[in-house]
Design a protein around this ligand. Structure first.
Ligand code: UT7
Length: 359
């Protein structure tokens, strides 16, 4: 990949002049600070309310609201692809960052609903936005994907292998939901969120990704998965009939692990950075269930007014949830320049992640 990046850099006069040599690993380097310079998000127009779901499965608005906090979710149009939503969010993030497509040298898309198994969704986004100098690839970390992408981009920028990175999480979960299974279909929605990261100044008080944490437990893959459609259970007529290409979850168990891992990940980050819970201006947690959000906030000792919630509007959009929430927090002024925000996520894998960012 470094070779590919080097070749692309040679095509670009701007980068030649700036002397970013993606292939030069010989020089010792000082870790460069990384700043978050823009955010963007996109949700499809169509709203699916709890009342709509009452007509589809044996459920009630009351059950969904009390157990999850979700009131409605957005559903992508049949011909709207994951890359289309990602592209919209990316364009908005680039606009808010004030960067041109040519300046982007790394695109990472986190998704579990890619347009195609191959090529990556990131490559479709690259073509859509005309980021001709970028290397593009996807990562798969389910609901933790956006912060896995952030951590990856921070490593590239931090060691001088990239200057400007576009990270995106985009999901068309409506495509892999079993609309006859009330225990899952009421939970999920579609959408995308994006951010632009750039090597920063390192001056105290400037925007910076202060620390990030990622983790996984591959012994618990069966708690939340799409069993079919891959090499383990290939797509056959029978497997399609049995809906093995849809999401299956043991909700109760996932709930318990979610609270425990989100709390532990956030606390370890708080410890490592020396930030105290009272220094955190806003916690932006994964938006899966209001009860999980409240339980995590309570265990971190952070009051509800410093916790961002939009799960009632969009449901669980997997990796996109925290990215959309981040953009909404910034664009509505809930999170302001200089604020310290703590993002924390949890998802299939199992995977978990957290990041502390000074805006
Ligand atoms: O994004 C990745 C991480 N994902 C999560 O974090 C999700 C974690 N899990 C959860 O959020 C919760 O476990 C759920 C919202 C999925 C379920 O809530 P719960 O309080 O754990 O409910 P439950 O699964 O224990 O089900 C309680 C009852 C059951 O009925 P019985 O057996 O007690 O008679 C279910 O059949 O609720 C029933 N039920 C429903 N009833 C009405 C399950 N789904 C529904 C429904 N409407 N949609």
């Amino acid at each position: 990949m470094d070779y590919v990046l080097m070749c692309q850099y040679r095509q670009c006069r701007k980068h030649r002049e700036n002397k970013v040599d993606m292939n030069d690993l010989t020089k010792p380097f000082k870790r460069l600070p990384v700043a978050l310079i823009g955010t963007g998000s996109y949700v499809p127009e169509r709203r699916l309310t709890n009342e709509d779901l009452e007509k589809m499965v044996d459920t009630s608005n009351e059950w969904i609201v009390t157990r999850t906090g979700i009131e409605e979710r957005r559903i992508a149009a049949p011909d709207e692809k994951t890359s289309d939503m990602a592209t919209q969010a990316a364009r908005r993030a680039m606009e808010s960052a004030g960067v041109t497509p040519e300046e982007i040298d790394l695109i990472i898309v986190a998704t579990v609903t890619p347009d195609t198994f191959t090529p990556s969704t990131a490559c479709y986004v690259q073509a859509n936005i005309g980021a001709v100098n970028a290397a593009a690839f996807d990562i798969s970390a389910a609901c933790s994907g956006f912060l896995f992408a952030l951590k990856t981009a921070v490593q590239y920028i931090g060691c001088g292998q990239a200057r400007t990175a576009l990270i995106i999480a985009s999901e068309k979960l409506s495509h892999i939901v079993n609309w006859e299974d009330r225990s899952t279909c009421v939970l999920f929605g579609d959408g995308a969120g994006a951010a632009v990261l750039r090597s920063g100044t390192g001056i105290e008080g400037d925007s910076a990704v202060l620390a990030s944490d990622i983790g996984s437990d591959g012994t618990l893959t069966d708690l939340l998965m799409v069993p079919g459609g891959g090499s383990a259970i290939p797509t056959t007529e029978e497997n399609i009939q049995e809906k093995l290409y849809t999401l299956a979850m043991r909700g109760n168990e996932v709930f318990r692990y979610a609270v425990a891992h989100m709390k532990d990940s956030a606390l370890s980050l708080i410890e490592r950075t020396g930030i105290k819970p009272e220094d955190v201006d806003l916690v932006i947690p994964h938006q899966a269930n209001l009860r999980i959000i409240n339980a995590v906030a309570q265990r971190l000792g952070i009051p509800a007014e410093r916790v961002f919630v939009n799960v009632h509007k969009y449901g669980n959009t997997s990796g996109a949830a925290v990215a959309i929430a981040l953009d909404e927090a910034v664009s509505t002024g809930r999170a302001r320049k200089g604020d310290i925000i703590l993002l924390v996520t949890f998802g299939a894998g199992l995977t978990w992640s957290s990041a502390a960012i000074r805006l």
